[in-house]
Design a binder for this molecule. Structure first.
Ligand SMILES: [Zn+2]
Length: 214
């Protein structure tokens, strides 16, 4: 699924400490286009996904190379696995991480670390949960199963991927009222969901395997 890579970068709140940002859910969209121009190749390398481990080696998030390298330079994290490519600056070549580990342990609340549009789309495999069709991320929205106007919350259990057509049909109604049927009950976030999301993002990087598959 080609759209996975665009779900991989990290950035949230400009004022959070570095380690907190490293551990936070992601929202930045890496540039996907590749040209033969070396500057844009480098830019695209800087957006490659990097697996972030807690000090205990527990996988906690996915960030982008650029962010991971800043964390390493600041001494917040160290590289555990290296990317095959290097980044060259005027003075020297920098090794590019594929997996980094935070040097100080961070406690990360389960819920706050993963509720994001892209993670909901990943969980639902970019499939509209009402008509069952697969769409590119740009053609999907998030639907509150129980509408917000009825007290429906923005949570893993109440948000599903939904195409615009079904979203229009449903409007401000429950699925039953609109004559729609959920493909499946939205699953809450668990540690299992978290691992699964990271596996989906990192399925092409063998260097992530030993941290995610066991
Ligand atoms: Zn639909």
């Amino acid at each position: 699924m080609g759209s996975n890579r665009q779900l991989a970068a990290d950035s949230r709140g400009a004022h959070t400490p570095d380690a907190a940002r490293a551990a936070a859910p992601s929202s930045e969209t890496p540039a996907g286009s590749r040209t033969h121009n070396s500057i844009s190749r480098r830019a695209s390398l800087m957006q490659e996904p990097v697996l972030v481990l807690n000090a205990t080696y527990e996988p906690i998030n996915v960030t982008a190379v650029r962010r991971a390298m800043v964390l390493m330079l600041k001494g917040v994290a160290q590289a555990e696995e290296l990317h095959s490519a290097e980044v060259h600056s005027a003075a020297h070549a920098h090794q590019v991480p594929s997996v980094i580990r935070l040097l100080a342990y961070r406690h990360i609340p389960q819920q706050s670390r993963a509720l994001s549009r892209k993670n909901i789309l990943l969980r639902d495999r970019n499939t509209c949960q009402f008509c069952g069709r697969v769409f590119p991320s740009s053609e999907l929205t998030l639907d509150h199963v129980l509408p917000r106007s009825r007290g429906g919350r923005s949570s893993w259990e109440n948000l599903v991927a939904c195409c615009y057509r079904c979203n229009n049909t449903k409007g401000d109604r429950t699925p039953e009222e609109a004559g729609l049927k959920l493909a499946r009950k939205p699953r809450p976030f668990t540690l299992h969901t978290s691992r699964q999301l990271m596996r989906l993002i990192g399925h092409r990087d063998d260097r992530w395997r030993k941290y995610l598959f066991y």
